[in-house]
Write a protein that binds this ligand. Structure first.
Ligand code: PMP
Ligand code: GLU
Length: 389
């Protein structure tokens, strides 16, 4: 059979590939510490589990509207108002199979063939592939590690051409942890207005900010141009439930719902009931997880600070560190960090992601969304490996 050009051009998600490989090695009996995928190790909060059990027992196990049940879209509107100061009506919200499908569907309804989309780099692995799938052209915009990988409006504008139509914003950022300040967001919103750009704002790590950093949504500054994307995977430890959502202009959301009605229909009815319980429920479990992430972040940063040839600035958000390891690679930097990550896995039994997956050389991404015992063992292995090479 002939595989389509579209599929041939597509590369699989490297974060998922490495995580899957690590899990396979564990299943085969290998002793592997997995700090690759960004997946909270906590259990989904008990009251959320109970809501799902009640939904199953109560027979809430049928199709729902493609856009998601009204009860959940109302809960999402309340959340966006309460936590982000954003005003949306349920008609402006679509519930998706994780934030990933929200991003994909938004791009499919916003991109025409050849449209250029700005992507600050380092970027999360799926943005560039999803833009290509939608027929668009990703235009990466490098950021400076010395500036905490912040992306400024001037950097974006320098890459604009007459074909530029939109921008992927991700704050807090995966993999760098960069959190955009209000001043930068204001300038970016102004640029979006002036250049008539749409903005897809991926805010999935909004709950994880540290050292006094604050999350702001660009939707508060240019609501008419923004599609807000968020989900429950990270904040509520619900990666497997597959609940994400998008909020924005009613016409964009209607198009996303139409697309969904012809492709995946609705997300699991049971997950929708669980999501209502999570969003309307107590915030304490989220807070407790974030406090634990903050402590783990401190531990990992401290361990890395004593390791040779590693430079690791403190990220302001998300649950990754993104150390510069170019000194280890030395003259072989061109061979990039992928080889290094491969050796760390083979020789030290530690799964981490090379920066090349996120579009940059000379870095590794280490997730600290893992138990303290796992992190301790992971840091011991990395240190042992570095002393050896
Ligand atoms: N955006 C970013 C930046 C991510 O890291 C992830 C990680 N999975 C997602 C979106 C998608 O999350 P999900 O589909 O699980 O909601
Ligand atoms: N987003 C997580 C990560 O970056 C999970 C894997 C994925 O969805 O790509 O590791």
């Amino acid at each position: 059979m002939n595989i389509s050009e579209r599929a041939q051009a597509l590369s699989p998600s490297p974060t998922i590939a490495i995580d899957t490989r690590a899990k396979e090695l564990v299943a085969a009996g290998r002793d592997i510490v997995n700090l690759s995928a960004g997946e909270p190790d906590f259990d989904t909060p008990a009251h959320v589990q109970e809501a799902a059990v009640a939904a199953i027992r109560g027979g809430f196990t049928h199709y729902t509207p493609s856009e998601g049940i009204r009860e959940l879209r109302e809960a999402i509107c309340r959340k966006l108002k309460r936590e982000n100061g954003l005003e949306y009506r349920p008609e402006q919200v679509v519930v998706t199979v994780g934030a990933k499908q929200a991003l994909h569907n938004a791009l499919l309804v916003l991109c025409n063939p050849g449209d250029e989309v700005l992507v600050p780099s380092p970027f999360w692995v799926s943005y560039t592939e999803q833009i290509r799938l939608a027929g668009g052209v990703p235009v990466t915009v490098p950021t400076d590690p010395a500036e905490g990988f912040a992306c400024h409006a001037a950097d974006l504008e320098a890459r604009c051409t007459p074909a530029t139509r939109g921008l992927m914003l991700n704050s807090p950022n995966n993999p760098t942890g960069a959190v955009y300040g209000l001043a930068d967001l204001r300038e970016i919103a102004e640029l979006a207005r002036r250049r008539n750009l749409w903005v897809i704002s991926d805010e999935i790590y909004e709950a994880m900010v540290y050292d006094g950093a604050e999350h702001h949504s660009i939707a508060g500054l240019c609501p008419e141009r923004t599609v807000v994307v968020n989900g429950l995977s990270k904040a509520y430890a619900m990666t497997g439930w597959r609940v994400g959502y998008a909020a924005g202009d009613p016409a964009v959301i209607r198009a996303m719902v139409a697309l969904q009605s012809q492709t995946t229909s609705n997300i699991s009815s049971v997950s929708q009931k669980a999501a209502v319980a999570a969003l309307d429920g107590p915030h304490a479990p989220v807070q407790a997880m974030v406090e634990e992430f903050a402590a783990r972040r401190g531990y990992v940063l401290e361990r890395l600070s004593t390791m040779p040839n590693i430079v690791c600035p403190a990220p302001q958000g998300a649950f990754y560190v993104f150390p510069d390891v170019s000194a280890i690679l030395g003259g072989r930097a061109a061979a990039d960090a992928a080889q290094l990550a491969g050796r760390v896995l083979d020789e030290a039994g530690l799964a981490i992601v090379p920066g090349t997956a996120f579009g940059v050389r000379g870095h590794l991404r280490i997730s600290y969304a893992a138990s303290r015992a796992t992190l301790t063992e992971g840091m011991n292995r990395l240190e042992g490996f570095l002393k050896k090479v």
